[in-house]
Design a protein around this ligand. Sequence first.
Ligand code: ATP
Ligand code: MG
Length: 434
Amino acid sequence: MRMSSYFLPTLKETPSEAQIVSHRLMLRAGMIRQTSAGIYAWLPLGWKVLQKVSQIVREEQDRAGAQELLMPTIQSADLWKQSGRYEAYGKEMLRITDRHDREMLFGPTNEEMITDIFKTFVKSYKDLPRNLYHIQWKFRDEVRPRFGVMRGREFLMKDNYSFDLDAEGARLSYRKMFLAYLRTFARMGIKAIPMRADTGPIGGDLSHEFIILAETGESQVFCDKQWLDMDVLADNPDANGDLKDFFTKYTSIYAATEEMHDAAKAPADLVTARGIEVGHIFYFGTKYSAPMGAVVTGPDGQPVTVEMGSYGIGVSRVVAALIEASHDDAGIIWPDQVAPYKVALINLKADDEACRSTCDGLYARLQDAGVDVIYDDRNERPGAKFADMDLIGIPWQLTIGPRGLKAGTVELKRRATGEKLELPLEEALAKVMA
Ligand code: ATP
Ligand code: MG
């Protein structure tokens, strides 16, 4: 992407309406634009990050054996009357009437719809287990939308639903998702800690919230200090095994939200912090399958009501949470895995012929190599260019100026550490392509 033609409306001033750093930086970096309370347009830079985050979520769901589909945002109220949640959901649900006076709603979640789809097609135990997911916009008419996309009214969620013949199978599905969640967040370069949680209105008997520690988190959380050094990706259990040892290991290290915290059980080395909920998983048995009649024929010919679980990740909230967890005074510091661009190519003197042709050549080479690169080819002050790249948080900055070019060198800066190296051009290129 060339900066000279990029739709990147960055702001110089700090927007006064934003109370937390991620909201301020997302506005300043031109990632989002509020269109009404709690509803945001994702501008090109923000959309790119949202897609990177979605893609990691998708890969880990696929790896765990879940299958992607796409359900609509608009649902019929009838489904929710079957489960009994239509009245119970209250004012958070956006209710819509169509031209034929049919009651519709903008889905806040999809348990009812997926149960209906499942029961239409699956009739035999032989077709179990199944795990289905989608990444789709949700609407919840929050009383107090705030903190930008952290607590929006319209937000992007990955939600999936598991269907099993019995409780044992359902618990295995739950453990698979537990692993998938740990891996998903670790791959994004953040630490999300699974905490025993209240099952709330979704119901059920087993539930974990995945929480990122950050000062601006909305809830108080408690965890064993050990959590801070856990490396889930290094710990690579057999995903096709029963995952019992793995689950026991990770659930026996203390971590609890305020509602579940028990000082008597807490370890001596306790961390008390604020947390952001980025994911939530539930095993709730037959809460929806029973009222909605999701029944299969079991091995003995008898009808069995399927056991279900549901699993959510707040994909759009994750973008804000990543910024809360990784920024400095100059702006965002994207972890490499989710950065909108891996490399910023900065031409210090756009009107210098040698600089321009070198940069154009590098830009083409990086693109050909499949590296996501943003190229500042504008006629601007160097200071403004550096400030913009720091603000939007690009992990590697490759700067080409007339003086260096004469000596055959370029400057390579690592955003996260601020470390700068003068390197021969090819060496710098090899480093960012690695
Ligand atoms: P919260 O306690 O933050 O209101 P929740 O428990 O109601 O969230 P879930 O039903 O568990 O939310 O939804 C799954 C995930 O969707 C949450 O873990 C969170 O990451 C995300 N999410 C929920 N509500 C919002 C929202 N208003 N804006 C952005 N993301 C949200
Ligand atoms: Mg929740």
